[in-house]
Design a binder for this molecule. Structure first.
Ligand code: ADP
Ligand code: MG
Ligand code: ZN
Length: 640
């Protein structure tokens, strides 16, 4: 979002530039006309010629005492030069069908030889053939050669101007498009960045380098040149970099790697040069290269078309290598994909400091929510903690989005302050889509949905390694008919195989409940996304996590995609491919079997939950508890 303003073309400078182009077109056209006039005037004979009939010309030419010196044949036109003159003074036309001889001219000297021939020739006119010069032909030829050149020249100059006006007015072509967030701009500090304490701590050091370089130089310490911020999208990397500049109170030059990609050959490198020279002039300062993976991906991974990127990347490296210890410029780069970066970038003296920006944990999520609800009127009862609990896996940007969406919801509902209901609506809307109360479902559909969701809830509830059920609803939302919400597990880095298998089984719970209650032939399309999730998760488990039975601890990774999928190039034999298919099927069969065992054992509870859902539409944790309390896990569904 911060990057947007610089991309707006400058309207004021566009206008005169486009009229310049117009003037260019006009003057080129005038030039062409002038040339044509010049050429045609050369062709017009300077002496006026008298028209004479062809018979008269033939008669005089056959007469050895005739007054004709030379006949110039140009196509069908004859220009006649009289004896003693140097320019033709008469003109005539022969028949288009034949030569002069066929029209009566006699070749008097044809049979003579030597001196006799020379003497004979002197008496009769010289017949000279000239190429037919067609003035329109010439114009046409010239036009063909000149017009494309003119068009190309106009086009090129237009392109150059376009590129120029896309730049900022003050930065010329090939200059850096970097924007300056000087100390006068709205300052971001570490206070605006919630959570991520360890990253902030690492960066506090950088702030200190910028503020007190002498302190480090005195002790002979090398000040770091480059800091790489790595983390998932929306975790606040851009925000963090701006906060460093704000804390150190130094100018901040920011450019995004993806902007280099739009440039002409060689422009990327020159922009880098310009960016660095600007930053050095304003030292101490920060250069921020966002999304650096766009130019600095592994050289072998970029495949062919990356010469421009390579030049840009090399220029960045050259500039960083050229830093003096006291240059006072620190380069901060951000990326979502450290694994994709060219190793050359990570060498000492370049981006050798790595700061990981992670997805926020529960208490950090609460802090981020507090930052984004600050200044928004909220009801006293609003429970941000509960929201923080529900949003495991969400990034800072997601949370900022929920905060904004709940303010919008409150405004739409005509509330004076944001309520818990607005919060929940905003969260669910962002997670799944808007509620669709108006969607009519007939009684049969509602009943199927109720059983389907009850199936998910019961299976999820009794399985020992599944997350607790938090809410069940049969109010349609987004594309779904109903939703069973499980409270996400508190942030742990790993999931074990039992948890994953429980996720598969509870996902199957919906379809299996439909099957048990309405019969195998009555199953609906309502389970398609559940089944897709099962297919994807079981595939990941087998191919990516080595969780198959026979393929235990074997994975099939690929650098480009993370893992080979069934459809891309396979680094395994046909036999193994077959085995993979079987393993995937075994996982989903096992999940179906477990769901079925659980729901058959708890059939009465299934009926009761479904009935209650049909009555109330939405059941929260405390209403679910008494119904689910007596549900049991049959031994046949146990894994351990
Ligand atoms: P990234 O660059 O990692 O993709 P951004 O810095 O662009 O993420 O974050 C997008 C937005 O999300 C920020 O403008 C901010 O509103 C919000 N945000 C992200 N992380 C945090 C955080 N830790 N504290 C407060 N707001 C955050
Ligand atoms: Mg960013
Ligand atoms: Zn479902």
């Amino acid at each position: 979002m911060l990057e947007k303003p610089g991309k707006i073309p400058n309207k004021l400078t566009m206008k005169p530039k486009s009229s310049n182009t117009f003037r260019g077109v006009i003057s080129s056209i005038l030039m062409v006309c002038f040339c044509l006039l010049l050429i045609s005037s050369f062709n017009k004979a300077s002496i006026k010629k008298t028209d004479v009939p062809i018979s008269d010309v033939i008669t005089r030419a056959n007469d050895e005492n005739g007054n004709i010196e030379k006949i110039t044949v140009i196509g069908n036109r004859l220009d006649i030069t009289l004896k003693g003159q140097s320019e033709p003074s008469e003109t005539s036309r022969k028949d288009a069908s034949g030569t002069l001889y066929e029209q009566g001219l006699i070749n008097h000297c044809a049979n003579l030889k030597g001196d006799a021939f020379t003497a004979c020739e002197k008496k009769y006119p010289i017949i000279e053939y000239k190429e037919d010069i067609n003035i329109w032909g010439i114009i046409f030829d010239i036009s063909i050669t000149i017009i494309p050149i003119v068009v190309i020249v106009i086009f090129l100059s237009y392109m150059m101007r376009q590129a120029q006006s896309a730049n900022n007015q003050s930065f010329g072509f090939g200059k850096s498009r970097a924007r300056l967030y000087g100390p006068d701009k709205k300052k971001v500090t570490f206070k605006d960045v919630a959570g991520n304490e360890s990253a902030k701590q690492d960066l506090t050091e950088i702030v200190d380098f910028l503020k007190n370089p002498k302190k480090y130089e005195k002790l002979g310490a090398k000040i770091p040149r480059g800091v790489l911020l790595a983390g998932d999208p929306g975790t606040g990397k851009t925000l963090m970099a701006r906060a460093v500049a704000g804390e150190a109170n130094v100018p901040f030059f920011s450019i995004s790697g993806s902007e280099f990609a739009e440039m002409f050959v060689g422009v990327g490198a020159s922009r880098v040069r310009d960016l660095f020279s600007k930053a050095k002039k304003n030292a101490p300062s920060i250069i921020f290269i966002d999304e650096i993976d766009a130019v600095a991906h592994k050289r072998d991974a970029r495949g062919g078309a990356g010469r421009e990127d390579e030049q840009t990347l090399n220029q960045i490296l050259v500039e960083m290598d050229g830093f003096d210890n006291d240059s006072g410029v620190i380069v901060i780069a951000a990326t979502n994909r450290v694994d994709m970066l060219d190793k050359a970038l990570l060498r000492p003296g370049r981006f050798d400091r790595h700061v990981n920006v992670t997805l926020p944990e529960r208490k950090d999520r609460l802090e981020i929510l507090k930052v984004h609800f600050k200044g928004k009127p909220v009801e006293a009862s609003v429970d941000l903690e509960a929201l923080a609990k529900k949003t495991a896996g969400s990034s800072g940007a997601d949370l900022a989005n929920i905060a904004n969406e709940s303010a919008i919801t409150a405004a739409r509902e005509g509330h004076k302050a944001i309520s818990n209901a607005d919060l929940t609506e905003a969260f669910e809307r962002i997670a799944i889509g808007p509620e669709r109360k108006s969607k009519v479902m007939n009684e049969k559909e509602r009943k199927i949905t109720a059983y389907h969701e009850a199936g998910h809830a019961i299976v999820g509830h009794v399985l020992p390694d599944s997350d607790p059920v938090h809410k069940v609803t049969i109010i349609p939302r987004g594309a779904t008919g109903g939703v069973t919400w499980f409270l996400p597990p508190e942030d742990r880095s790993y999931k074990n195989i039992y948890e994953l298998k429980d996720i598969l089984a509870r996902a199957m719970g919906g379809r299996i409940a439909e099957k048990i209650v309405f019969g195998t032939d009555a199953i609906t399309t309502g389970a398609s996304s559940d089944l897709k999730n099962v297919a994807e998760l079981s595939k990941t488990m087998v191919i990516g996590e080595g969780m198959g039975k026979k393929l235990r601890n074997l994975v099939f990774p690929s650098e480009a995609t993370g893992y080979y999928t069934i459809t891309t190039e396979k680094p395994y034999s046909e036999k193994t491919a077959e085995l993979i298919d079987l393993e995937i099927k075994a996982l989903s069969d096992e999940a179906s079997m477990r769901a079925e065992e659980i729901l058959k054992t708890n059939r009465k509870i299934l009926d009761r939950l479904a009935t209650e859902l049909l009555k109330q539409e939405t059941l929260e944790e405390k209403e679910l508890a008494p119904i689910l309390k007596s549900a049991t896990l049959p031994a046949s569904a146990k894994l351990h």
